[in-house]
Design a protein around this ligand. Structure first.
Ligand SMILES: NC(=O)c1ccc[n+]([C@@H]2O[C@H](COP(=O)([O-])OP(=O)(O)OC[C@H]3O[C@@H](n4cnc5c(N)ncnc54)[C@H](OP(=O)(O)O)[C@@H]3O)[C@@H](O)[C@H]2O)c1
Length: 146
């Protein structure tokens, strides 16, 4: 039996009520970390938080940057590792792009991560990490084919 690698550490998963974020939270708990989860759907978040034995959870849309700041203000300190998961990318050929969707995608996949970086400054212990999940939307663009 090896020693738990995250004993005494705190791991925050924004978008941790399902999928890759939830599995990351499970693994962090298995390694002895205290975990804190967020997601938008409060019922699913509560079920997931109970399942992994999260120390706390908060249901909110992480692209609401004022709410995100309040979440950080309420976090215990210091933190060790923070992961941002969330929804997948918006795909559309250039000529068919819906700009409301494009703006929402920039909120989800650029502004959220920049703001998390700002809010995490000074709150993460040396040796800790910020992990921003990428996606297939970062691969080579396809032609608009028109
Ligand atoms: N699955 C893959 O094979 C794969 C591969 C490469 C990259 N990715 C990327 O990895 C990310 C996660 O994928 P996944 O498959 O784990 O997705 P998932 O199963 O849909 O899980 C997404 C999680 O993020 C939460 N979430 C979504 N939008 C949010 C928001 N605005 N604020 C707060 N929480 C939010 C969801 O809960 P609520 O809906 O309740 O908010 C859920 O807990 C995506 O960006 C995806 O593009 C996935």
């Amino acid at each position: 039996m090896s020693e738990p690698q995250l004993a005494g550490q705190t791991v925050v998963v924004i978008g941790g009520s399902a999928g890759i974020g939830l599995e990351t939270a499970r693994r962090a708990r298995a390694e002895g970390a205290e975990v804190i989860l967020t997601g938008r759907d409060p019922d699913r978040l509560e079920r997931s938080a109970r399942e992994v034995g999260a120390v706390s959870s908060a249901a909110f849309d992480a692209t609401d940057l004022d709410r995100l700041e309040r979440f950080f203000d309420d976090l215990p300190q210091p933190l060790d590792h923070l992961m941002v998961s969330g929804s997948g990318p918006y795909y559309a050929p250039l000529l068919e792009m819906d700009f409301a969707e494009v703006r929402a995608d920039v909120d989800r996949h650029l502004l959220l991560q920049l703001r998390v970086g700002q809010l995490a400054a000074g709150r993460v212990r040396p040796g800790g990490s910020l992990l921003f999940i990428g996606g297939t939307g970062g691969r080579r663009a396809a032609s608009a084919s028109r």
